[in-house]
Design a binder for this molecule. Structure first.
Ligand code: ADP
Ligand code: MG
Length: 718
């Protein structure tokens, strides 16, 4: 039978239902899946030793004749032990296996076989092989698969060991015709990468470790290259789109900034400038504004929005419109207030549109509640210039008359989906698409953002406004817990409020027990409930305490946040996954349980929730750990200049696994690879860019084109 990469494993000889099921557990269903099931590591059994030369505790391979083999129960009767004597022309040695009685049938006296494993040493000084891997040899110089070479170790599942996986991969590789190459040859050459056929063999059965690493490098490059191709193509497509070029009146912007009750920070000004420059182009802006919590992103977006809303289209009597989307109703309302406060005297028509509230502000204290239908009509007639809202903004019924600028605040994946939706709606009958600005407080190291969001331009706000009082930050050891509680009580008695963040589930725990997202959530809810009970029953029975977690509906969450804002709650206990991204100036205490389980950048973000108001704020990092290293790590938050700096530091200290794992974002493998290998990301980016310049539609690379569209589906880029 002819096989190819798409052949289902069910059609492969020798893979029966029993194995099919086990492969399925590993998400392997086709030949391709199996060949792309890469080793997690290798064992180096390539050195073949003479039996007389064996050294204790070394990984070795020996080849010899099986002289004797037999089985017995161990003295405790817990194990069944197989024992064999193997000899070559230099001597003989004992090998033992536990609980594998069938070996007696496979390894028969007189046969030539190869054994790889660790040399053990018994109490009496005798050397023996314990549980070695074995394979029978038909002749002396026969090529081996499981011994006498660099041996791949795979992710396994019960009943399907690396040995089994290896066996199937080897036999498939023997029958498989050449795999078509998708990476252009000149790129392979330039990057010094092996061809696909060499690489797929070498990643499973390398001659030496170097060959294995090279093969791995090729596959990593391939993924990064595809991702970068996607980015470059998207970017190109966007550059070919038209957007409305906005005339910016610099003098007017300066006047507006002067009227603000505070001075903009340097990077706020710089970011604003970058955004305004983009708006002046007739190509759509595609920019991410990244800055810590409280760094003042809203005002920057708002100034840009007013410039768009005030300019007039000469051809079209309608004003330009701006949509500003926030993740929650509270945030939408807060943004609406910001607009009213800062630009309320200028004539504007600013609407708030959420599922529970629809109103319009016309300037000069004129504010009206409107029915949703009426507001929709006003929007579609172009009477409203700035619409601030939640997801309600992208519902079908909302039709803008001339949407020119879209701002998306704190969305997952930076609003890529929302942008796509809005663009689609706008494109239906127009040739222009809106400018697009997203905002995020999530610090993402540069390599990672280049990999995942390479089609976005980036503006960074790197400092906090000057008027912020430094937050007093303390690492609290268990013996000081009571003191900290007493202090918190004092603050609350003075009228302040507190956040309590519950410990996250440890990455190790998640990996070891292979917890699913659901199970993690469940555990987190358990944590938050326990903390809530403890605080409300034992520690602060007289105070008003509420809890917040991911299983609650958006409505419930909004209600609790609102109660907190209105001071109906003293202490808000929350899981780490719940976004508490609202300004609550009266909250001055951030208390974090098991702080050492969090990434520095994340802790820093939590801390940013306080310190917004006139009162001194405090951040308490509780830890049970007594290690100085942990304490030092936690203390580095005190000196940090911004979240981005901490994210990069965190990445260095804890490595990509922890860094990404803690966010529990389900980031693809790719992100991981990128973080470990910035140079490869750069190379992939460069190659993708050059290729697309030469051949924008990949006309001469049909296989690559096809693979790219499959890839986009696989990693959900569409
Ligand atoms: P974030 O970047 O987290 O969205 P906000 O835009 O909500 O931050 O700003 C937080 C607070 O800081 C707001 O009350 C805002 O008015 C205020 N603010 C913004 N810029 C400055 C500044 N340069 N100086 C002082 N306060 C500022
Ligand atoms: Mg914000």
């Amino acid at each position: 039978m002819k096989i190819n990469l798409a052949t289902p494993l069910a059609e492969i000889n020798g893979i029966g239902p029993r194995f099919l099921n086990k492969f399925k557990k590993l998400n392997i269903e086709t030949v391709k899946d199996l060949l792309w099931h890469f080793p997690v590591r290798y064992e180096d059994f390539s050195q073949i030793y003479k039996i007389a030369e064996l050294i204790p505790r070394q990984e070795v391979t020996i080849q010899g004749i099986i002289k004797e083999i037999g089985g017995r129960r161990s003295w405790s009767r817990r194990f069944y032990i197989i024992e064999a004597i193997i000899s070559d022309d230099s001597g003989s040695v004992r090998a033992i296996w536990f609980n594998q009685p069938y070996l007696k049938k496979i390894l028969r006296p007189g046969q030539l076989a190869s054994f790889s494993g660790k040399v053990s040493i018994a109490e009496d000084g005798e050397i023996y092989l314990s549980n070695p891997t074995y394979e029978l040899l038909k002749s002396k110089n026969k090529e081996t698969t499981h011994t006498g070479r660099i041996v791949p170790i795979y992710p396994e599942t019960k009943g399907l060991t690396s040995k089994g996986i290896r066996y199937f991969i080897k036999s498939i590789l023997k029958e498989l015709p050449e795999i078509p190459e998708i990476i252009p040859l000149e790129i392979l050459k330039k990057e010094n990468l092996p061809s696909i056929n060499k690489a797929i063999f070498a990643i499973h059965f390398p001659k030496d470790i170097e060959e294995a690493l090279n093969a791995k490098r090729r596959f990593t490059f391939e993924d990064l290259f595809l991702l970068q191709l996607h980015n470059v193509i998207e970017r190109l497509k966007l550059n070919q789109q038209k957007a409305v070029a906005i005339k910016i009146d610099v003098e007017e912007v300066k006047k507006l900034i002067k009227k603000l009750p505070f001075e903009l920070t340097f990077s706020q000004k710089k970011s604003l400038w970058e955004i305004l420059k983009d708006l002046e182009k007739n190509q759509p802006m595609n920019r991410l504004l990244q800055g810590d919590v409280g760094s003042g992103k809203t005002i920057i977006a708002a100034i840009a929005a007013t410039q768009v809303a005030r300019s007039f289209s000469s051809k079209n009597q309608n004003n330009y419109q701006v949509a500003f989307m926030a993740p929650t109703e509270i945030l939408a309302r807060q943004h609406y207030q910001t607009f009213k406060k800062f630009f309320g005297n200028e004539e504007q028509s600013i609407a708030l549109l959420t599922s529970s509230e629809t109103k319009v502000f016309y300037g000069h204290n004129l504010e009206t509640k409107l029915k949703k239908k009426t507001l929709q009509k006003e929007i579609s007639e172009g009477k409203i210039k700035i619409v601030i809202g939640t997801h309600a903004l992208i519902q079908k019924e909302i039709k803008f008359s001339n949407l020119v600028f879209v701002i998306i605040d704190e969305q997952h994946r930076f609003g890529v989906e929302q942008r796509a939706k809005l663009i689609k709606q706008e494109k239906e009958n127009k040739k222009n698409i809106p400018h697009f600005l997203s905002m995020s407080a999530t610090p993402i190291p540069r390599t990672l953002s280049l990999t995942l969001y390479g089609d976005l331009d980036l503006s960074l706000i790197t400092e906090l406004p000057k008027n912020r009082k430094p937050i007093i930050t303390k690492v609290i050891a268990p013996e000081n817990r009571q003191k900290a509680y007493a202090f918190i009580r004092q603050q609350i008695e003075k009228g302040r409020q507190a956040f309590v963040i519950c410990p996250r589930i440890e990455t190790k725990e998640i990996d070891d027990q292979k917890l699913t997202k659901k199970q993690i959530q469940k555990l987190e809810i358990k944590n938050v409930t326990e903390e809530y009970e403890k605080l409300s029953k034992e520690i602060f029975p007289d105070l008003k305490i509420a809890m917040l977690h991911g299983k609650m509906s958006p409505k419930e969450k909004e209600k609790i946040m609102n109660d907190f804002i209105q001071r109906k709650i003293d202490i808000l206990v929350s899981t780490s996954v719940v976004e508490v991204g609202v300004d609550v100036p009266n909250a001055t205490i951030m208390m974090i349980e098991n702080a050492d389980r969090f990434g520095l950048a994340q802790l820093y973000q939590f801390r940013g929730r306080v310190g917004r108001g006139e009162h001194q704020s405090f951040c308490f990092l509780f830890t049970e750990s007594s290690s100085t290293k942990t304490h030092q790590r936690l203390k580095s938050i005190i000196e940090a200049k911004n979240g981005l700096e901490l994210a990069e530091k965190d990445l260095k200290i804890r490595g990509p696994g922890e860094f990404l794992g803690q966010a529990q974002t389900g980031m693809p493998d790719l992100a991981m690879k990128a973080l470990q290998n910035p140079n490869l990301v750069k190379a992939a980016r460069q190659s993708a860019y050059e290729l697309i310049q030469k051949d924008p539609f990949l006309k001469n690379y049909p296989l690559l084109k096809e693979r790219l569209s499959q890839f986009k589906k696989d990693v959900h880029l569409e």
